[in-house]
Design a protein around this ligand. Structure first.
Ligand SMILES: Cc1ncc(COP(=O)(O)O)c(C=O)c1O
Length: 394
């Protein structure tokens, strides 16, 4: 969309005329609004491309038929991941969605089971309700607080009593760490342990959607094993900040993984020479985990810089990992969607979410210089839009 059109379409255009953006130092980096001379892709950490080391490892991977359980590279990845999380076994699956689905379906093998999970969690919102359509499992949501947790008393209250025929049977509690829609917030060891205690007390299982669990462990300064000790299963993504092109690993007890392996075949997730992609996952574990702290640092810089621009608001203290949620306020010359479009013309890719919000995610392709470029682009775009508004008497 042309900047001018974006401007005219802006819902907030009229409220802006008296507002000068702050003069955050945007002049350090030249910004060319006509031609996007570079691409800075902040849509998600899922956009990461495999590293040269990953491509080399994939090309030379030793492989065999993983459906027969004999692909050596897949076996190595599963064992390494299980060890990192202190669980007995692991299972390589094509996606985080499948890892979560299998976690739920294995723990809830009996139809009419119910899962307690957060109202904002990925499993509930973005995974097509697979647990219900494919597994006959009923989701019971508890409100996610802004920090990604659920109130423990509300979780306990949501557990169904066993002595009433009207209710489904609660069998599982799920949490997400880091919490995507809550801005990449980390769920603490203490909270995770408490959910684990609750689950144990009531005879329930406990699954963690750990799509970004290494981000959480890094930010909290705790080992992944300690962070997830209380859980029965964890689905860990390799294809987010860890930059592998494909795959997640589900970890848990040997008995749980044996059931999951059987189910994976039914879901169409059994792969043959999967070592080709598992090889990239091994490089993720070797090379990428240690780099996540840089992504978090870049997210901090981005958050602080954006918060200093008039019309944009970021809860900087709440940026704990690699996700930055930017509120586009009524002082902004453009609404969230139009601002995203205008930034796209400058090669800065982001996603407008929830009406007034833009989500930016840092990852290993994003450098310090990219962050400065992005800040300059936001500042310049908003300033120029105000100038155009003035010229047109809007
Ligand atoms: C928190 C969370 N869980 C699960 C998933 C699903 O992963 P996949 O896209 O590999 O299915 C995502 C994807 O972005 C996610 O952010």
């Amino acid at each position: 969309m042309e900047l001018g059109v974006a401007m005219l379409k802006s819902r907030q255009a009229l409220s802006l005329l008296s507002t000068e953006p702050s003069s955050a130092d945007s002049d350090a980096i030249p910004v060319d609004s006509k031609v996007a001379s570079r691409i800075v892709d902040l849509r998600s950490d899922t956009v990461t491309k495999p590293t040269a080391e990953m491509r080399a490892a994939m090309a030379s991977a030793e492989v065999d038929d993983d459906l027969l359980g004999v692909d050596p590279t897949v076996c190595k990845l599963q064992q390494q991941m299980a060890k990192i999380f202190g669980k007995e076994a692991g299972l390589f699956v094509p996606s985080g969605t499948m890892g979560n689905l299998m976690g739920v379906l294995v723990h809830c093998e009996v139809r009419g089971s119910e899962v307690i999970l957060g109202s904002e969690c990925h499993l509930h919102i973005y995974e097509q309700g697979g647990m219900s359509t494919l597994g006959g499992v009923h989701p019971r949501t508890v409100l996610n607080k802004a920090d990604g947790t659920m109130d423990l008393q509300e979780v306990e209250a949501a557990i169904r009593p066993l002595n009433d025929d009207c209710y489904p049977t609660t069998r599982l509690i799920c949490i997400e760490n880091t919490h995507n829609r809550c801005g990449g917030k980390c769920i603490s060891v203490e909270y995770t342990d408490k959910i684990g205690e609750l689950a144990k007390w009531y005879g329930l299982k406990f699954h963690i959607d750990g799509a970004r669990i290494f981000n959480a462990a890094t930010a909290l300064g705790v080992s992944p094993e300690r962070l997830t000790r209380a859980a029965d299963s964890i689905s860990v993504c390799l294809s987010k900040g860890l930059a592998a092109p494909v795959g997640s690993v589900l970890v848990g007890s040997s008995e749980f993984i044996a059931k999951a392996r059987k189910l994976r075949k039914a879901l169409g997730g059994g792969m043959r020479q999967a070592g080709v992609i598992a090889a990239a996952g091994l490089i993720s574990l070797r090379d990428m985990v240690g780099k996540l702290k840089d992504d978090h640092h870049h997210a901090q810089l981005l958050a602080e810089g954006l918060n200093a621009i008039a019309g944009l608001k970021v809860d900087v203290a709440n940026v704990e990992t690699n996700i930055v949620n930017v509120e586009v306020t009524t002082d902004s010359a453009l609404g969230a969607e139009d601002l995203c479009e205008a930034m796209k013309e400058r090669g800065v890719l982001s996603i407008a979410t929830q009406g007034t919000r833009i989500r930016l995610v840092t990852h290993y392709h994003i450098s310090n210089d990219d962050v400065q470029y992005v800040l300059a682009c936001f500042q310049d775009t908003l300033l120029k839009t105000i100038a155009v508004h003035r010229e047109n008497g809007i």
